[in-house]
Ligand binder design. Sequence first.
Ligand SMILES: C[S@@+](CC[C@H](N)C(=O)[O-])C[C@H]1O[C@@H](n2cnc3c(N)ncnc32)[C@H](O)[C@@H]1O
Length: 282
Amino acid sequence: MSTNPLLHALKARLGARRLARLRTAKRRALGLLLGNDLIALAKLHGTDKWSTHWYAQHYARHFLPLRRQRVNLLEIGVGGYNDPHAGGMSLRMWKDYFRRGRIHGLDVYDKSPLEEARIRIFRGSQNDPDCLRRVAREIGRLDIVIDDGSHINAHVITSFDTLFPLLAEGGIYVIEDTQTSYWPEYGGSSTRFDGPHTLLGRIKSLVESVNYEEIIRPGVAPSHFDQHVVRLEFCHNMAFVYKGRNGEGSTVLEGNAWPADRATRRYDDVATPKDAACTAAR
Ligand SMILES: C[S@@+](CC[C@H](N)C(=O)[O-])C[C@H]1O[C@@H](n2cnc3c(N)ncnc32)[C@H](O)[C@@H]1O
């Protein structure tokens, strides 16, 4: 309750509904003013992407080139859990940031009361590939996917394996709260880091996709991930996976095989002499 009696009387006169509408209008006006400052927008909308976590700074760097484009963004995890009226903070932040974008949410709980112009919310589980495919089909072109849902390793991997192939070239797939990759309570592990069953094990394996043209394995057909994962970035508790066309060609290999005319050439033959004098001052 307000301590200022005048303000309190004014609020009482306005009534809860009009007050809520005024607050929304104020938030919208501020959102317009803060437009390109993602950290300020995160604070304005109260998402934990800039409080408990420090993700907004990384998003700002990665999303800036897309800001003015008509992006279709899907965020898994709307927030507020089983309260249909709670959550939606990050969706509203994205709406203010991507002025021409269409923002979509997916949550296991019904979040339809949070829908508004340019914000659409689907209900379903991120662990259900059929549902994910239907959501992607309804959205159409998918430019950005953000996984901020259950953070259960198996769910995160299912969502990634289903949605990354449906992402547009030039798109970005982001996974938040990757720390659960280390937590057995979420299906992670603090002792085995590279297995395919932890989410970071899965995403780290994509380093071999980025560089698949340099791997000697004649006759092995490249996967969709090999052909389309062009860049990875890991920050504290989050990962960015960029989609594009991975086809620059190997520096030496031909069709993932060592060329016949270089078959006898080994590293020792081309390495610099071991006794080369160092020219730097001692
Ligand atoms: C941390 S909150 C999301 C916060 C929001 N993205 C933000 O930044 O403001 C996580 C949400 O994921 C939802 N969730 C949990 N399990 C899910 C699943 N299997 N599929 C989709 N959403 C799920 C929860 O209901 C909850 O609302």
